[in-house]
Design a protein around this ligand. Sequence first.
Ligand code: PLP
Length: 391
Amino acid sequence: IRSVANRLTNIPFSSIREIFDEANAMQKSGINITHMEIGRPDFDTPIHIKEAANAALQEGFVHYTANNGIQELREAIAVKLKRENKIHVDPNKEIVVSVGCKEAIVSMILAFINPGDEVLIPDPAWLEYQYIVELAGGVSVSIPLREEEDFILNPEDVRARITSKTKMILLNSPHNPTGAVLPEAYLKELADIAINHNLLVLSDEIYEKLIYEDAEHISIATLPGMFERTITINGFSKAYAMDGWRLGYAAGPEKLMKPIMKVHQYNTSSATSFAQYGAVAAYLGTQEPVFKMVQEFDKRRQLLVNRLQELDYVSCVVPKGAFYVFPSFKGIGMTSKELATFLLREAQIACVPGSAFGNYGEGYLRMAYSTEYKQIDEAMDRLGEALKKLT
Ligand code: PLP
């Protein structure tokens, strides 16, 4: 083949794949693996959502939809944003339904980032952010998250990395991989920084509904002066167990949404027609399945945190959101990749090395509790035994 485009030169395939592939190969050969590496709910999509999509399919909603999504879904999203997030948007001009939250993120970055523009990204973070920015020719600038600060983004660290080229900051609360939730006081400081330096804000709120204890989800777009510079991105993958449906959205002021819409239009035309009817049911129908799922996640979260905190050489911040725990194994003295491989082989537990989420993730593992309670409990027995061989 002819040489690939320069923009791909430094973009690797996801490093998470190696652990996935080995875990899957072991599973196929008959070894029982506890999967804590997968970042998706282990629940089925609630039945009323499936039925709504099914009915739309049977009724012949099988054609392209409006580029920005079906009217019913944009209206349902606008109602949800107003009621739950206190964000007021016009469903006709200020919402784009996208193919997963991811497509909305890609569209925003392609719409605003020029080669050389700097984008501030917490580190560790969902690694896609960095590579999407780099695909656009932008420069990703890491902001360290620290265990001793409960992995909460420190506004001082943000301030210290702003240059004349900084154009955007990316926020993700609740956060993947640490489960940290940004408290209001921090959001206010981050908002001041964004206003003072005229930054755009991409607020990825995909884990918003998975929140525990006293934590509260606040959308930064609602703080004074922030709506005009913020795109709020959300979707259905996590809260409604609809990751395979590939549905999300971006919402914000018309002047920012127009360029996003342009990218979205050329890239996808529209999200899948009948899937969008399922999403309408997700937002307008009963929220009971979401509450039940969050309750179950919460039980598993407490179990996993308690079991990790009992271990020598391991420390673990209590996560307040998402479905991940991000314990430190620095006391063991292995790289996170070596440790993940060791635990897969010795304890049949698959988890993701922290280094897969950025430079500051080294020494940690991301353990997803989107796995049954009993399995987590048993896996933690095996983990304890395996660690004894090392210490
Ligand atoms: N944003 C974050 C922080 C995620 O962890 C994920 C999925 O793991 C996504 C976005 C992708 O969401 P979607 O399935 O809606 O594309």
